[in-house]
Design a protein around this ligand. Structure first.
Ligand SMILES: Nc1nc2c(ncn2[C@@H]2O[C@H](COP(=O)(O)OP(=O)(O)OP(=O)(O)O)[C@@H](O)[C@H]2O)c(=O)[nH]1
Ligand SMILES: [Ca+2]
Length: 497
């Protein structure tokens, strides 16, 4: 017993002073850790929103984007949360009744009002960008295009968002923002990876945009867009071909076959057995073909199909001019194009068409693609209709032409070969967001892609808390040890028996 008591008396940890120090120390550590954890705990996520209306030539689509409120400047975090396809045609089709262009948007705008939390409405920017349909209308009749914009603006201002205006994008902007979208969603910009070129096939225009080591913008400044993003400089090559979207290209191809004003044509780009009466004035109602309209043509012509891929390709090729090129190299129509480089993402109609034809997989060799397309074009129209009962007849009738046009544009127009054709990926969405110019447009207008790489915190949250805890314990131990002189000395005193 006395030995035990002796041990107890000798043990300095059992003195009241050290017990008090220990308790205070433990409380201090707990307090320190609690403060560090609470202070650095991720706050409940709050989101910001942005809305972009893509007023294309064939239709308008609305996209809602969302990103964490505290990370405006961070990357790879803006996501598309909703999209809405406006019913009816593109806004340029309402040139004679502009009011209806505005009205057509209201259903999708109501949806946006419900999707974006009410308290964020007033701070949510809303943009409308119009592309080739309005570019053509503006060329044809600028007063009519102004009236369409006026009607659209009046309609959009009635909604509680922060409306930032409606305008026509230049072809360069359309191409460049499509490229930004693809590379942003792929996380290629922030990580300084090789970029992916962007191929966009719309209804009225088509864009090609890519970075090539051969291109610094000097040979053809109009095709150059310089960006500094996350600390990297990019010299982007971009070109938009007005009238080379798939609907206008079809008009041009029909125009090539009806220049003498016949009453009927046998078209290799449509399936055999296809027969439809078409109006000359409707086919030629576009600045892309209006100067080709035959004089003294009848009101209508009978459009029949004969389904022949190679003959179709010959007609389609006649839309491209390969003769003059004042640069070191050209794509077509005398337009400069540097050497193709890197992977490419092809979206919009490239995807719709190639996906329908089961040709979206580019590991299929180019030769096999043309073979499959030949077989598709030669399939009788009745059989095609039977095989695809749910597909819109207008789309269905045009797939032979559209597939042929895409392959011709890529190989003859842009000079893709059997070797680099597999570098193309046909895409619709990347990580849930549609590929297209809208996201890039919004990121640019909201300054959401910084020119310089953002500073990242030196430590992750968990690492920070662990280090603070270890240092606190070390300090505490040192503190206790530093109090050694105050430790009771009773154990060292000679015992008096
Ligand atoms: N097959 C098919 N075609 C589609 C679909 N959606 C749109 N298209 C067609 O594909 C073409 C391109 O569509 P978009 O990319 O929306 O073109 P756009 O933006 O209206 O036209 P631009 O102003 O030239 O960019 C048009 O001819 C459309 O009619 C679809 O779901 N399936
Ligand atoms: Ca488009």
């Amino acid at each position: 017993m006395s030995a035990q008591r002796e041990m107890k008396e000798k043990n300095p940890w059992h003195t009241p002073v050290t017990i008090i120090f220990t308790v205070i120390g433990v409380i201090a550590i707990v307090a320190l850790v609690t403060v560090a954890v609470l202070q650095n705990r991720p706050l409940p996520q709050k989101y910001k929103y942005g809305i972009v209306l893509d007023a294309g030539s064939s239709h308008t689509a609305l996209y809602i984007y969302e990103w964490p409120a505290e990370k405006d400047n961070n990357t790879g975090r803006v996501e598309q949360t909703h999209s809405c396809k406006v019913k009816g045609p593109g806004i340029s089709s309402y040139a004679s009744v502009p009011r209806k262009a505005g009205e057509s948007l209201s259903e999708c705008m109501q949806e946006a009002r419900q999707r974006v939390p009410e308290k964020r409405h007033s701070e949510t920017p809303l943009y409308l960008g119009a592309t080739a349909g309005m570019r053509l209308l503006n060329l044809e009749n600028s007063l009519a295009s102004d009236k369409v914009f006026q009607a659209v603006e009046e309609a959009l201002q009635k909604f509680p968002f922060s409306f930032q205006g409606a305008r026509i994008l230049s072809g360069q902007e359309e191409g460049a923002f499509g490229w930004v979208t693809v590379n942003y969603l792929d996380d290629r910009l922030k990580q300084s990876l090789e970029t992916r070129g962007a191929l966009d096939l719309g209804g009225a225009s088509t864009q090609i945009s890519f970075v090539s080591d051969d291109f610094d913008g000097s040979e053809s400044p109009d095709n150059g867009v310089a960006f500094r993003l996350y600390g990297n400089d990019y010299n982007l090559y971009t070109h938009s071909f007005l009238c080379y979207g798939k609907d206008q290209a079809l008009r041009m191809t029909l125009a090539k076959q009806t220049q003498s004003g016949p009453v009927s044509i046998s078209d290799p780009c449509f399936n055999p057995g296809y027969i439809e009466t078409k109006n000359y004035s409707i086919v030629y109602d576009s600045p892309c073909v209006s100067n080709m309209k035959p004089q003294g043509a009848p009101a209508t012509f009978t459009h029949t199909g004969k389904g022949n891929f190679s003959q179709c390709q010959e007609v389609v090729k006649r839309n491209f001019n390969f003769k003059q090129c004042k640069y070191s190299q050209c794509s077509f129509n005398g337009v400069f194009q540097p050497r193709l480089q890197g992977p490419f993402g092809a979206f919009s109609a490239y995807y719709f068409v190639m996906n329908f034809l089961n040709l979206a997989d580019t590991s299929i060799p180019l030769e096999a693609v043309t073979e499959k397309l030949s077989r598709y074009c030669a399939t009788p129209w009745n059989q095609i209709k039977q095989q695809h009962p749910g597909v819109k007849l207008k789309y269905l009738a045009e797939y032979c032409f559209s597939g042929t046009y895409i392959i011709t544009l890529l190989t003859e127009g842009y000079n893709f070969t059997s070797q680099n054709y597999p570098n193309i990926k046909f895409i619709k969405k990347i990580k849930g967001s549609d590929a297209g110019w809208t996201l890039g447009y919004m990121l640019n207008l909201t300054n959401m892609i910084p020119a310089e790489a953002p500073d990242s915190p030196p430590l992750p949250h968990a690492g920070y808390v662990s280090i603070v805890t270890v240092i606190a314990i070390l300090l505490f131990v040192l503190f206790i040890l530093s109090l050694r002189p105050l430790w009771p000395r009773c154990s060292k005193q000679p015992q008096i028996i």
